[in-house]
Write a protein of this length. Structure first.
Length: 261
């Protein structure tokens, strides 16, 4: 199966972004500063963001870019959704669990998505209806092994975090917080992890994730259990192996995380 023009473009950008991330990782050139919300910002974030804006403007001049560190509003129905470094906090601390994520949506529906882990050289991508792939190998989730633990990446803040952990606790449950939704998506889509719960509203965090998990055989929704519309902000994100999705959504509802989403 040959790549579409848009997917080939997204893959090329992902590889270029990975080069930038590796260049500044654990270096004196990382240039960490802090935004108004006290979240970190590095030279890799801003460099990659500008690279994406310039590349889209040149290759698809009528497409809009919605990106965490600066956007390009061209109007129209096609929107590229990008997080230049998803997981800037662990990246700035020298922890190799961040990734580049980019998706293309048309009228709110995600058409394609890529996530790149530059430290493990893992490129994951999907086009709608054509499956999800990791470095060229198609992904298909299998049933969790009997007796295995339920491992989840939980990125929920304020009171909702404690409430969800109370619902999630148990001897067969392992809660993590990797501070990168995209990185944890790669783990869910490949079967290494079963669940990701995220209460953020920004569409660039989860657009690629929503398609990749779905095309790998998982289930996704916002925190209300509804399909997300990526033409605007989203109401959180739930991505799971199908065997645990219903239970996870019930826990989200009982913990009232949706009140924050």
């Amino acid at each position: 199966m040959s790549d579409s023009r848009e997917l080939a473009f997204a893959k090329e950008l992902a590889e270029a972004a990975g080069t930038v991330m590796r260049k500044h990782f654990r270096s004196n050139s990382i240039g960490t500063t802090f935004k108004a919300d006290k979240s970190p910002l590095t030279i890799a974030d801003t460099t990659i963001n500008q690279m994406v804006l310039d590349a889209v403007k040149k290759e698809f001049p009528d497409h809009t870019v919605i990106s965490e560190e600066g956007s390009l509003d061209q109007g129209g129905d096609y929107r590229w959704l990008c997080d230049p470094v998803d997981g800037t906090l662990p990246y700035s601390l020298g922890m190799p669990i961040s990734s580049f994520t980019l998706a293309l949506a048309h009228k709110g529906r995600v058409m394609l998505g890529v996530i790149y882990d530059p430290f493990g050289d893992r490129l994951m991508w999907s086009q709608g209806g054509k499956g999800a792939f990791l470095n060229g190998t198609q992904l298909q989730q299998s049933s969790p092994a009997p007796g295995s633990k339920l491992v989840a990446n939980i990125e929920v803040w304020d009171e909702g975090h404690a409430r969800f952990l109370e619902e999630f606790k148990g001897p067969d449950r392992v809660p993590l917080c990797l501070c990168s939704v995209a990185y944890s998506t790669m783990l869910v889509a490949s079967g290494a992890m079963q669940l990701v719960v995220f209460s953020g509203k920004q569409p660039w965090d989860t657009a690629a994730a929503s398609l990749i998990i779905t095309e790998a055989g998982g289930r996704v929704s916002d925190l209300h259990g509804r399909p997300a519309d990526y033409s605007a902000g989203v109401e959180g994100f739930l991505g799971a192996h199908p065997a645990v999705y219903d239970e996870a959504l019930a826990m989200v509802r009982k913990a009232r995380i949706w009140q924050q989403a």
